[in-house]
Design a protein around this ligand. Structure first.
Ligand SMILES: Cc1cc2nc3c(=O)[nH]c(=O)nc-3n(C[C@H](O)[C@H](O)[C@H](O)COP(=O)(O)OP(=O)(O)OC[C@H]3O[C@@H](n4cnc5c(N)ncnc54)[C@H](O)[C@@H]3O)c2cc1C
Length: 396
């Protein structure tokens, strides 16, 4: 019996498990191979919908489904929190003391937000990275009658890089409709020297900020929130007063990978950019590559790859992980193209006013976002609905 253990039942974990079952069906039915997903909650959450709780009428119950219903019946599901991975013994320990043994391990544990890393964040700043926070932001926007809105990013990397820009553009549109835009100053703060990490996207988005009259502050790394004076200060020494503060919280990888010594510090797993195998350590600064763990893979938000932390990234990585593990189980070489991740990502990007664009890129081809239009906005809305029937099940 060869045991494949998948930690995390989000986009990456669910899709990898379902694709592995497709590829290894006969062996699983014979009892030679098992595929088991371990998930802390047993619920699959569609996180892109959180933004639409804050920015539209989306309801939380539409964004959650039982993981069991999304997994192929041939895959097993264990609901429990993984607390320790012992790769020498090839075991994963759960919080209730259960020990699961693996031959192959897929780490799809996503990322965590840490608002508590910045004093006064919870009391002063709004965000939309949980349903509760998104509802609270919606209430604050409903009560807003004009003033200064500051939108920023309190730590890199974070999930869905376009999201804070989209929120700035959507709030601008909403305030115009509510005839409050004249009474509102809007500010957008970016921790780097431009509004978006990828240059071509920054070139597309910078004029949109200008057209909408949203003032951009680059090199603004949030250092302190001062609730008494209602100002947010940057490491670089800038100070911005706010009436409504919206900040993407700092992120880290899963605690279990930190505690197990696989990704000390940040929790972002050192991952081979093409094979998606987890490396023993990050590559040396002089470029000397670190050895890979041949039986351990990472995908989605959990990796340290210099790509968007996006469901779309996990979506395009999962087939590579499934191809490689299935080949290893069969004692064969993976098919070269199917077993190589090219860095492919595709993300919709709302611009406001019922328009959006799309970012499509890979390691070698930067995105060239088309002129924003209604088609891509409707595409994003349709994708949000179609997600449950397509992505986790491996139908696209
Ligand atoms: C507001 C918002 C908007 C977004 N918009 C987009 C968008 O438009 N497009 C896009 O592509 N992406 C978007 N994303 C990002 C996307 O949701 C994530 O990148 C994606 O979910 C990552 O998939 P994943 O499988 O790596 O992790 P997740 O989907 O987060 O799944 C991780 C799973 O691991 C489980 N887990 C974690 N630790 C443990 C443990 N110790 N033991 C057991 N289980 C564990 C969790 O319970 C969870 O089920 C958005 C995210 C947010 C928050």
């Amino acid at each position: 019996m060869q045991r494949i253990l998948v930690l995390g039942g989000g986009v990456g974990g669910t899709l990898s498990a379902n694709l592995l079952v497709k590829k290894l069906r006969t062996r699983i039915e014979r009892g030679d191979v098992s595929v088991t997903v371990v998930d802390a909650t047993g619920e699959h959450v569609y996180q892109p919908g959180f933004m639409y709780i804050a920015m539209g009428g989306e309801r939380e119950q539409n964004l959650r489904r039982a993981e069991r219903g999304l997994l192929d019946p041939r895959a097993q599901l264990v609901v429990g929190q993984a607390v320790r991975i012992d790769d020498d013994r090839r075991t994963v320990e759960l919080a209730d003391g259960t020990r699961l043994v693996y031959d192959y391990l897929v780490l799809a544990t996503g990322s965590r937000i840490l608002p508590e890393a910045i004093p006064h964040f919870d009391a002063e700043a709004h965000h939309f990275y949980t349903p509760e926070a998104a509802r609270r932001l919606r209430r604050a926007l409903d009560a807003f009658k004009g003033g200064r809105i500051v939108i920023g990013i309190a730590g890199m990397p974070y999930k869905c890089p376009p999201a804070p820009l989209e929120v700035a553009f959507l709030i601008d549109s909403e305030l115009r409709q509510r005839r409050l835009r004249d009474k509102t100053e809007m500010h957008f703060c970016s921790p780097i020297g431009r509004v978006f990490t990828i240059e071509s996207v920054s070139e597309m988005a910078t004029p949109v900020f200008a057209e909408k009259g949203i003032e951009v502050h680059t090199f603004f790394n949030v250092e302190e929130i001062d609730p008494a004076n209602k100002v947010v200060r940057s490491l670089e020494g800038e100070e911005l007063p706010y009436d409504l503060l919206i900040l993407v919280p700092p992120h880290k990888g899963a605690q279990v990978v930190i505690d197990s010594g696989l990704a000390p510090g940040s929790g972002w797993l050192p991952t081979d950019r093409e094979t998606l195998q987890v490396k023993v350590a990050p590559d040396k600064p002089d470029g000397t590559p670190s050895p890979r763990r041949p039986h351990m893979y990472a995908l989605g938000d959990a990796t340290d790859l210099p790509l968007s932390k996006a469901g779309s990234t996990a979506h395009f990585e999962a087939p590579v992980v499934a191809e490689r593990i299935a080949a290893q189980v069969r004692g064969a070489e993976p098919e070269a193209k199917a077993g190589t991740y090219t860095g492919r990502v595709m993300c919709f990007f709302e611009i406001g006013g019922g328009k959006a664009t799309v970012l499509q890129f890979d390691y070698n081809h930067p995105p060239h976002p088309p002129k924003p239009n209604r088609f891509w906005h409707l595409g994003k809305i349709a994708f949000n609905k179609a997600y449950w029937f397509t992505v986790p099940k491996g139908r696209v």
